[in-house]
Design a binder for this molecule. Structure first.
Ligand code: NAI
Length: 329
């Protein structure tokens, strides 16, 4: 049998953690032939609850689950890690300034990046889910100078899936027949869900985008503000859909994207794609093969898209400058 892959999940006792761990252990993330060792990292107050989740994982008797460890020690959590899912983060609480939020998250993602640098496996791949995800990924990457920056990514797959679903509804087609939307920029309200190159069951996305009133006043805000709409309806933030997106991001990164199809992921910009400056973690249209994300080249960027991409990138640069000002990157 294959050697188990070590998967570390932070924030394991949280609501995304609860929706994520069972799917990892059942083989939905790394495939039916890959056993997994799970490492659950929590803060001390979350350890007991994570132990409860570990008991339930045992009770599923998943054949692929080789072991589970629960810890509040960041060094132990990332020792030998092949896949790191950084979910736990400091949420913004009432009265908290943006600087305080960035500083609090720097205190989490800096040490986690350093622990990954010190102890993770050579092939380590990291997905940051905890918000502000793009900038938290940047902080982690900066604390891991010996790990290629391309191994640190942030999640825009949920935004991507939301765009697919909204587009399917608009086109009146099954969601499985919609592909090649792109989320550009930051996982925030400034993100730009681009449908200009989408395939909506054979119909070009540009045709639907031509209805600017629908596209810009309905579709874009619906996708960008879907998180708030879920909180409003459910009384809690997106959890199962976020976990699903994390599963799909890692699945596609490791096992490859389907032929003729791209997805969206926030990756470290090297400055050579679509005018996005170097050194920020920004979302692009990407494919993966052989375990490496590659930006889809040659898509035409309209004036509208240019303006929206630049606005989201400007926000990422501001976040980067703010954490640089705090000495976090
Ligand atoms: P939650 O509050 O239910 O769980 C977070 C867990 O992280 C808690 O159990 C907490 O004890 C733990 N935690 C906090 N600091 C930690 C640390 N330093 N080390 C280890 N664990 C730590 O939150 P939920 O709903 O699971 O969401 C997690 C994060 O994911 C939030 O930041 C949320 O904003 C973000 N998110 C991102 C999405 C995306 O598309 N990128 C979508 C949905 C949520």
């Amino acid at each position: 049998t294959a050697t188990p892959v070590t998967v570390t999940v932070t924030g394991a006792a949280g609501q995304i953690g609860y929706a994520l761990l069972f799917r990892i252990a059942s083989g939905q993330m790394l495939g039916p032939d890959t056993p997994v060792r799970l490492r659950l990292l929590e803060i001390p107050a979350g350890v007991r609850a994570a132990e409860g989740t570990a008991m339930e994982l045992d009770d599923c008797a998943f054949p692929l689950l080789a072991s589970i460890d629960v810890t509040d020690d960041v060094t132990a959590a990332f020792d030998g890690t092949n896949v790191g899912l950084l979910v736990g983060a400091r949420p913004r609480t009432k009265g908290m300034e943006r600087g305080d939020l960035l500083a609090a998250n720097g205190g989490i993602f800096g040490p986690q990046g350093a622990a990954i640098n010190a102890g993770a496996a050579d092939d380590v791949r990291v997905l940051v889910v905890g918000n502000p995800a793009n900038t938290n990924a940047l902080i982690a990457a900066k604390h891991a100078p010996d790990v290629p920056a391309s191994r640190f990514t942030a999640m825009t797959r949920l935004d991507h899936n939301r765009a697919l679903s909204q587009l399917a509804t608009r086109g009146g087609v099954p969601v499985g027949q919609v592909r090649n939307v792109t989320i550009w920029g930051n996982h925030s309200a400034t993100q730009f869900p681009d449908i200009a190159h989408a395939d909506v069951a054979g119909r070009p996305g540009a045709e639907l985008a031509a209805d600017a009133a629908w596209y810009l006043d309905e579709f874009v805000p619906t996708v960008a503000k879907r998180g708030a709409a879920i909180i409003e309806a459910r009384g809690a933030s997106s959890a199962a859909s976020a976990a699903n997106a994390a599963i799909e991001h890692v699945h596609d990164w490791v096992l490859g994207t389907p032929e003729g199809e791209w997805t969206s992921a926030a990756i470290m910009s090297d400055g050579s794609h679509y005018g996005v400056p170097e050194g920020i973690v920004s979302s692009f249209p990407v494919t993966s093969s052989g375990g490496e994300w590659e930006v889809v080249e040659g898509l035409e960027v309209s004036d509208l898209a240019r303006e929206r991409i630049d606005a989201s990138v400007a926000e990422l640069l501001e976040e980067r400058d703010a954490v640089a000002g705090l000495g976090l990157v």
